[in-house]
Design a protein around this ligand. Structure first.
Ligand SMILES: [Zn+2]
Length: 387
């Protein structure tokens, strides 16, 4: 299983910050003793007194976890159970539409295009472009980039829109001339956090509908209900809920505090990332970490710590970020999923990235956050390759 989908993290993002090699934080008591004493300052990414950085013994991990990002949308899990709630929202005239077709969303400049949902529904009714699904995404929370309470409905349009965007635009007033279809990775670096969250939620639920059209028990076509968050089989009444596939993604740290990164594909390729793999049925996350790292690079993990997660619904993953330690020093790539593996000290990684010798995961991915968690600060990308 596994890091096959890791290539989705490819790409190269620009970065304005300067590097902070060796910018370590306090020693990791929580990890060492199995407690969870992460303070709020640490959770918020506050770097502790850097005077300690040089006094740390080898193999110390950093006493912070990845920052927790609060939800920006109230998904209204109770409200959406009300039959006909989406239609009711459309009638209210107050809802905004997020528009998706295939894996692309309608964007303009640095933002998702949010259309008047009632108007859009009316314009598309009876046309070949009528939405395949109308799904309740929720209402914007205070702290989001939208007015609090803004109701949001996802319009999933037929996939042919990917190639006929102009036709669609001709049907709907109010679409900015600059609007275009864009995939998540094409625009994610430019979107604000609310648009990013909406794009991810919309992609996740739309992907599920696209791939779960029939009842797994009897094969009958299922019907969406609960605002698009349940599909029910009309033949046997069974309910089916959106699913997410858990995958672990791991920084492996050796006895000399070096980081192990790996890559798939051609041996001479430049891309290096964290190792990753899907959790199997009946397996704990920690067991998956040990198994995957063992399978992919022949490294025996001695301890692991959960650091944070990222939804990656392309098509349906939830990435669970870990850091793991090992006393092994020799990595043996399996030659299938991982064809090259290499240990890096902080300065080696910094130099290799800056010189263009290697390319590490983009800032879109939790892989980069995990790597920088080990590094103890921001890793500067090679300036010439910021696109
Ligand atoms: Zn059925």
């Amino acid at each position: 299983m596994s890091i096959v989908r890791r290539s989705q993290y490819g790409g190269y993002m620009s970065l304005a910050e300067s590097p902070a090699p060796g910018n370590r934080t306090t020693e990791n008591r929580a990890f060492q003793h199995g407690t969870t004493e992460h303070g709020t300052a640490a959770a918020a990414g506050v770097v502790a007194d850097s005077s300690q950085r040089h006094s740390l013994p080898a193999n110390h991990l950093i006493d912070t976890v990845l920052p927790v990002r609060p939800a920006l949308v109230d998904r209204g899990s109770a409200a959406r159970m009300e039959p006909g709630m989406v239609e009711e929202l459309l009638r209210s005239g107050a809802a905004r539409a997020v528009v998706l077709s295939g894996r692309q969303a309608l964007v303009s400049g640095n933002s998702l295009v949010l259309l008047d949902a009632a108007e859009l529904a009316e314009h598309l009714q009876g046309t070949p472009y009528a939405p395949e699904h109308l799904i309740y995404l929720g209402s914007a929370l205070a702290g989001s980039d939208l007015a609090a309470g803004t109701e949001l409905i996802l319009f999933v349009l037929p996939e042919q829109f990917e190639v006929h965007a102009e036709e669609f635009e001709a049907h709907v007033a109010g679409i900015p001339a600059s609007a275009q279809w864009a995939g998540f990775r094409d625009v994610a670096a430019r979107l604000n956090s609310t648009d990013t969250a909406l794009f991810i939620e919309a992609s996740a639920i739309a992907n599920w509908h696209a791939t779960h059209t029939h009842c797994p028990r009897c094969g009958a076509a299922t019907q969406a209900e609960a605002g698009g968050w349940v599909r029910r089989c009309p033949a046997d009444g069974s309910e089916h809920f959106p699913r997410t596939d858990p995958a672990i993604i791991v920084t492996v740290v050796g006895p000399d505090d070096r980081l192990l990164l790996g890559g798939g594909g051609p041996l001479d390729a430049k891309n290096y990332s964290t190792l990753a793999g899907f959790v199997e049925p009946g397996e704990s996350l920690e067991q998956a970490v040990i198994r995957e790292i063992g399978e992919e690079v022949g490294i025996r993990v001695t301890a692991s710590q959960y650091l944070g997660s990222q939804s990656w619904p392309f098509p349906a993953s939830l990435m669970l970020g870990f850091t793991a330690t090992t006393s092994d020093t020799e990595a043996r790539p399996d030659g299938v999923e991982v064809t090259r593996a290499r240990w890096f000290s902080r300065s080696e990684l910094h130099e290799a990235v800056l010189s263009g010798e290697i390319v590490i995961s983009s800032r879109l991915s939790i892989a980069r956050s995990l790597i920088e968690h080990w590094y103890g600060g921001v890793i500067q990308d090679r300036p010439e390759e910021t696109e």
